[in-house]
Ligand binder design. Structure first.
Ligand code: NI
Length: 189
């Protein structure tokens, strides 16, 4: 499967509001496969379609850590092929319930090398369709809930840096712009 190119800040595609998927066709199935491969290869715990150049409401998530082969030494870690048993693909995902608050460290494949503490809901219920067109309802908390909130934000053009307080956001944005690119014109939140 071809790996997709992950767009990085300040690519304007990351600020697009994505369109709902109206039909699950072969192109969409291919996109889901490629997005999962790209996420595992990065490696990351989630990926949203606009990060790979598609303005569709599609995300893939897997928070299960990838294991190393047993014979690996300290110098050379051999990663086993991803165990996809906990891969979640969601089409048109929506947060239908959320509760509590928790602050935790967050990064993004589209803002490589930067992390920050971000306040998120502790618990969420997410609804979305799988590739077979079945409506799923996923109740989760903590890290998985955080990843869903982060990825669904991507579908509305929102990055984790937008979720910081104003001062923190401006400081981090300046640092990011120094490393990754020119000043960004957008301000979503
Ligand atoms: Ni991200």
């Amino acid at each position: 499967m071809p790996l997709l190119n992950i767009l990085t800040f300040p690519d304007s595609m990351l600020r697009e509001k994505c369109d709902p998927v109206e039909e699950i066709d072969n192109d969409l199935i291919q996109l889901l496969d490629d997005m999962a491969d790209t996420m595992y290869e990065a490696p990351g715990v989630g990926l949203a379609a606009p990060q790979v150049g598609y303005t569709k409401r599609v995300i893939v998530v897997d928070i299960k850590p990838r294991e190393c082969a047993q014979e690996s030494t300290e110098e050379e870690e051999i990663l086993l092929p991803p165990d996809r048993s906990e891969l979640i693909e969601l089409i048109n995902p929506e947060i239908v319930f959320s509760d509590g608050e928790v602050t935790g460290e967050e990064g993004c494949l589209s803002i490589p090398g930067f992390v920050s503490d971000v306040k998120r809901k502790f618990e969420v219920t997410v609804e979305g369709y799988n590739r077979d067109g079945e409506l799923l309802e996923i109740k989760c908390e903590d890290l998985l809930a955080r990843v869903f909130q982060h990825e669904i934000d991507h579908l509305d053009g929102i990055l984790f840096i937008d979720r910081l307080g104003r001062l923190k956001r401006e400081l981090l944005k300046k640092k990011i712009e120094k490393v990754l690119g020119k000043e960004e014109k957008y301000a979503v939140l």
